[in-house]
Design a protein around this ligand. Structure first.
Ligand code: UT7
Length: 324
């Protein structure tokens, strides 16, 4: 028995911000952003919070999978930008779509979040506890970037993407792994909250660590190393060769990272599905948004072997080999 992706979906806010628009906010240029990252534009929320993006994605998944909300067993949302500390985005989605029989929760693994969430859903389904799940990555990173820091604010975008998965006797997830290297946690952080209370003398000053803080070069190195090793391990464990792969859907953080990964793995660049030019880095939403586009374009057929792979804060990584 395995877990199969039956439907994909995605939703992004309507407002599109180009690199030229960014150059009006910080000292940057379309040339720098395009050459260093491959990003041309990104969707930025004009007020919709993360739950709105997640709910729209969930509704699309139900519609495309032909399921009623009451039939959903499990809802897992990956995010680092939830509306609240509590309730979880999962519970907010559960209420809005009316999935009264589901159990719902969130997980946090930054840009690897969708891979972690899908891995958890897969275990619940494979062990027979649940028959199906809605798994979503959703982010409004625009609320946690420092809009005066050109080295980070140009990179990120808002959006959500997801998959409806269910028990399958044939095609589905063949092999997967998730991993973490906590000793590197401080090379990419966001959302730090200080321990301020009436019994200590902490001053009421803004916390600079609330915003995305990143050592870009170290993250770049970690990304290329961890993803290459992870994809190699997953292929080896599955007994599948790189030639058999129809598409790789990587986390969309930087086209240069993907160039390195493609060269090291010996998988041609054309097999890496990219849409970073139109979305920027949407963290946990990036892999499912790209997968949904690939699916909507009809570029994958039943039985095709597809790799989903990403890396992110934590530091974390995750790779999945699926038979579509
Ligand atoms: O999902 C995981 C999230 N993060 C990542 O995946 C990030 C991984 N790292 C990267 O993608 C790259 O390291 C970046 C795109 C973040 C940066 O590229 P880089 O080639 O490593 O550039 P750099 O940080 O070494 O900066 C080069 C120059 C610096 O100027 P000087 O010191 O050479 O004069 C920066 O101040 O570019 C400057 N710079 C900019 N210039 C124009 C940095 N940001 C900008 C900007 N516009 N937006």
């Amino acid at each position: 028995m395995t877990t199969r992706i039956i439907a994909t979906g995605a939703y992004a806010p309507g407002q599109v911000i180009t690199n030229d628009d960014m150059a009006k906010v910080v000292d940057t240029s379309d040339e720098w952003i395009t050459q260093r990252t491959g990003i041309k534009e990104r969707h930025i929320s004009s007020g919709e919070n993360t739950s709105v993006l997640a709910v729209n994605t969930a509704r699309q998944l139900l519609c495309r999978a032909g399921k009623k909300a009451e039939d959903i067993d499990l809802i897992i949302i990956a995010s680092v930008t939830a509306d609240y500390g509590t309730p979880s985005l999962g519970c907010m989605v559960q209420k809005e779509i009316g999935a009264s029989n589901a159990v719902a929760f969130d997980i946090t693994a930054a840009c690897s979040g969708f891979m972690f969430a899908l891995s958890i859903a897969d275990k619940y389904i494979k062990t027979g506890i649940y028959n199906n799940a809605i798994v979503i990555g959703a982010e409004t990173l625009s609320k946690i970037v420092d809009w005066s820091d050109r080295s980070t604010c140009v990179l990120f975008g808002d959006g959500a993407g997801g998959a409806y998965v269910e028990k399958s006797q044939t095609d589905g997830i063949i092999e997967e792994e998730i991993g973490s290297k906590g000793e590197l946690y401080d090379i990419l952080t966001e959302g730090h909250t200080e321990c301020k209370n009436v019994f200590n003398d902490k001053k009421e000053e803004p916390d600079p660590l609330w915003y995305v803080n990143m050592n870009g070069r170290e993250v770049f190195k970690f990304a290329t190393k961890s993803v290459v090793k992870s994809v190699e391990r997953v292929l080896k464990n599955a007994g599948v060769t790189a030639d058999e792969i129809k598409f790789v859907v990587p986390h969309q953080a930087n086209t240069r990272i993907v160039d390195v990964i493609s060269n090291k793995l010996g998988i041609p660049h054309e097999k890496f599905y990219m849409n970073i030019d139109r979305y920027g880095n949407t963290s946990s939403a990036s892999i499912p948004i790209a997968l949904n586009e690939l699916n909507e374009k009809g570029l994958i057929e039943r039985g095709d072997k597809v790799i989903l792979t990403g890396f992110g804060g934590g530091m974390t990584w995750g790779t999945m080999l699926v038979s579509w």
